[in-house]
Design a protein around this ligand. Structure first.
Ligand code: ZN
Ligand code: ZN
Length: 288
């Protein structure tokens, strides 16, 4: 076993291809020391993964990934060690997921008007869960032969600015960080390279880490992000953003952090429920 941790992994609980149990098995086969389950807007993959890893040497960090809209564009905030029960986190995430569902449905409607009908039932079947996303719509398009790859579906139709693209009202980064803190979790900015300018603001709002190691980041870019992390006292983390080979061609463990990053994140957990959060995450409830 090595001492590496892949702290960014998706499962079938959102738009990943592998079940939480399969991901645990793969991580063990790779000899990883830890993984974090970070599904989009849900914590439902955490318990099955932790159960599957029980009695083994693999650590499973319970997590979540929340999409937020900032002035700099879309940012994704990872929450580690979140406790979804008793503080309404999963309830708030469910509201966000329902927004995601309505948006996917609208994109399917737009595709129909563009002469590319796909069955909504088929998209739901491909998603095989609650959290329907654009990759599922893309796979339905691929099945019907409208595109020759998932990338092409994004590039030509459902990517930002495409004719079937539908924007979605998201939480702000401040709201996402507050939701995570209220669930006693630690907030980390995912794949930060393109939005590095927003780090000072997020650090003031309670951000604790930066995902400096990510597939495709060059050594120079990792060093650049590492300097920003040190400047703001942030933990340097890393993860592959694994979704499964048919969704994104990145392997589990393709980017990792040393295991010490996990203990440092754990050390930074809020000790008790925060009472003085700069933003009330209950504001998320109005998005329903
Ligand atoms: Zn992301
Ligand atoms: Zn992700």
């Amino acid at each position: 076993m090595n001492q590496r941790a892949d702290l960014h992994v998706h499962t079938t609980a959102s738009d990943g291809q592998c079940t939480p149990e399969e991901v645990v098995e793969m991580a063990r086969a790779l000899g990883l020391r830890a993984i974090a389950i970070t599904d989009h807007e849900t914590t439902l993959g955490n318990s099955p993964a932790r159960r599957a890893a029980r009695g083994t040497d693999l650590w499973v960090v319970p997590g979540v990934e929340i999409s937020a809209e900032s002035a700099a564009g879309e940012v994704h905030i990872l929450g580690y060690f979140v406790q979804p029960r008793g503080n309404g986190l999963e309830h708030k995430l469910r509201a966000l997921r329902q927004g995601r569902l309505a948006r996917a449905r609208k994109m399917v409607d737009r595709l129909a008007t563009l002469g590319m009908p796909v069955a909504w039932e088929r998209v739901r079947e491909i998603a095989a869960g609650e959290s329907v996303g654009r990759p599922h719509v893309a796979r339905a398009m691929l099945e019907r032969g409208y595109v020759s790859s998932i990338d092409e579906a994004f590039d030509l139709y459902i990517g930002s600015g495409g004719p079937a693209y539908v924007p979605r009202r998201r939480v702000t980064p401040a709201e996402a960080i507050a939701m995570i803190a209220e669930a006693r979790g630690v907030a980390v900015l995912a794949h930060p390279l393109r939005v590095a300018g927003i780090v000072p603001e997020l650090a003031r709002l309670g951000l604790q880490g930066l995902e400096t190691s990510y597939p495709g980041y060059s050594p120079d870019e990792v060093a650049y992000l590492g300097a920003i992390a040190r400047q703001h006292g942030l933990v340097e983390t890393g993860g592959s953003d694994f979704h499964g080979p048919e969704v994104i061609s990145v392997e589990l463990g393709a980017a990792t952090a040393p295991f010490e990053a996990v203990s440092e994140l754990l050390r930074r957990r809020p000790r008790s429920r925060l009472h003085h959060s700069p933003v009330e995450s209950s504001e998320v409830d109005r998005l329903v």
